[in-house]
Design a protein around this ligand. Structure first.
Ligand SMILES: *Cc1c(COP(=O)(O)O)cnc(C)c1O
Length: 431
């Protein structure tokens, strides 16, 4: 098939989708708005690869936005699903499997004693924030600019990738009153947090933070940032919430809190713990989790929460991660990839910054160090577009925005890395 023809297939499918679905997508970042052109329609996926309706095959570094640590269609996960699905898809009643997944999470994540399952990361965050407010009997929360914590009204303030891409600082349809208790501060700036907490003496219920920011591109916490937040939270009776929807089971089996050795009071999980099915979870200290209904007075519920299909996928995924323990090798492969990209760019005088940790990375076309949302915004988004489409032509699918993270799975082996580096080399050459 000619290139022109394949492009037409995606364009036609997208036009049809737009007739029935707003913008043709069910989540805005999928639309390629940040990079232009029609999004690639996916037909199937396996291991590290996406196979498109247009006949193309891509090494996938988006991996369902980080959800697929074990790659696409991982055999054990699929086998488990085949088994469970024949026994019914939802009971609206309790199952042993829920306890099994909860036990795996409690045993893995250092600060979690009890965990409640939800259907998405958004719901997990909403539950955690409500719980923090119920526990402290305070209302205000601090979040960080460029952080994304799902699409709850009061958290769509300076909310990172999707929003940055759309060029809005907040969504319309959110009454001003609903964000009255939300304070957005720059990431990696402990002083600003400290002075805000002091200024609002006694009003802050929670500080919610992505321990590694991953929704304005990957941004690494500076030494002492997380530990400093822990100290402030302790001093002022504030609940510290780590939103580990991306970093949980990604940075290490115990998440960012294990990696950095800082314990939050509450943790939000999602993505990886569902192994590609819709899920979320929040958990933490017994004393706080006890406040949740039915034990306590903080209400939270879900018809399909803990449904056997998503839970089984999660159990197989976590068990495999525990057994395979891919963290060190994935970090090594990521290093090889990132240093290769860096030297390839240097050779051609292309200025870029790569932020990376564990098996996640982002490329920013800028000569500034990226340590918060405003420095992330110094990137040349036109260059990113060119880079993205160049790679796509070469069969490499990066996350379609310069404000997003890229990920490796256990199927991203040396052969994939080498192929990607060759594609990068040719792409830079053409830029
Ligand atoms: C993806 C994400 C969410 C939202 O999870 P959904 O399952 O999309 O609702 C929340 N927080 C972070 C850090 C995320 O990356």
């Amino acid at each position: 098939m000619t290139k022109e023809k394949t492009r037409n297939i995606d364009r036609e499918l997208f036009e049809t989708a737009k007739k029935y679905i707003p913008g043709g997508v069910n989540s805005p970042v999928r639309s390629f708005k940040a990079v232009g052109g029609s999004p690639v329609f996916v037909k199937r996926a396996k291991g590290s690869r996406l196979y498109a309706e247009n006949g193309g095959c891509f090494i996938d570094y988006c991996l369902s936005w980080g959800a697929l640590m074990m790659g696409h269609a991982y055999p054990r996960v699929i086998k488990g699903l085949e088994r469970v699905i024949k026994r019914g898809t939802s009971y609206g009643a309790v199952t042993k499997a829920e306890t099994e997944l909860a036990k795996l999470i409690v045993e893995a994540v250092p600060s979690i004693d009890r965990v409640r399952l939800t259907n998405s990361g958004t719901e997990a965050v909403m539950g955690a924030v409500r719980l923090a407010r119920g526990h402290t009997k305070k209302n205000a929360i601090i979040k960080f600019e460029g952080a994304y914590h799902g699409h709850a009204d009061y958290l769509l303030d300076e909310a990172g990738s999707g929003m940055a891409t759309l060029g809005r600082s907040a969504s319309s349809g959110v009454p001003e009153d609903f964000t009255r208790y939300t304070i957005s501060l720059p990431y990696n700036d402990l002083k600003k947090v400290e002075s805000m907490v002091e200024k609002l003496n006694g009003k802050i219920a929670a500080i919610i933070v992505e321990p590694v920011a991953a929704n304005s591109g990957v941004i690494i916490p500076e030494a002492e940032f997380l530990r400093g937040l822990r100290k402030i939270a302790d001093k002022f009776n504030i609940v510290l919430i780590f939103d580990e929807v991306i970093t949980g089971f990604r940075l290490s089996y115990g998440g960012a809190q294990e990696f950095f050795d800082v314990k939050p009071d509450l943790t939000c999980l999602g993505k990886i713990i569902g192994g590609g099915l819709p899920i979320g979870a929040f958990g933490g200290k017994k004393e706080i989790m006890r406040l949740l209904a039915p034990e306590g007075s903080v209400y939270q519920a879900g018809t399909l929460s803990g449904n056997p299909v998503a839970v089984t996928s999660g159990i197989s995924t976590l068990k495999e991660l525990k057994k395979v323990n891919p963290y060190a090798i994935l970090e090594k492969r990521k290093e090889k990839l990132c240093s290769g990209i860096k030297s390839s760019a240097e050779k051609r005088g292309i200025k870029l910054e790569i932020n990376s940790i564990g098996s996640m990375f982002s490329i920013f076309f800028t000569d500034r160090k990226v340590k918060n949302f405003s420095t992330a915004k110094t990137q040349d988004t036109d260059l990113f577009k060119e880079f993205f489409h160049g790679l796509l032509k070469e069969g490499v699918y990066f996350s379609p925005s310069g404000f997003e993270a890229n990920f490796l799975s256990t199927f991203h082996k040396d052969a994939e890395i080498n192929k990607t580096l060759e594609a990068v080399e040719r792409t830079f050459k053409a830029m």
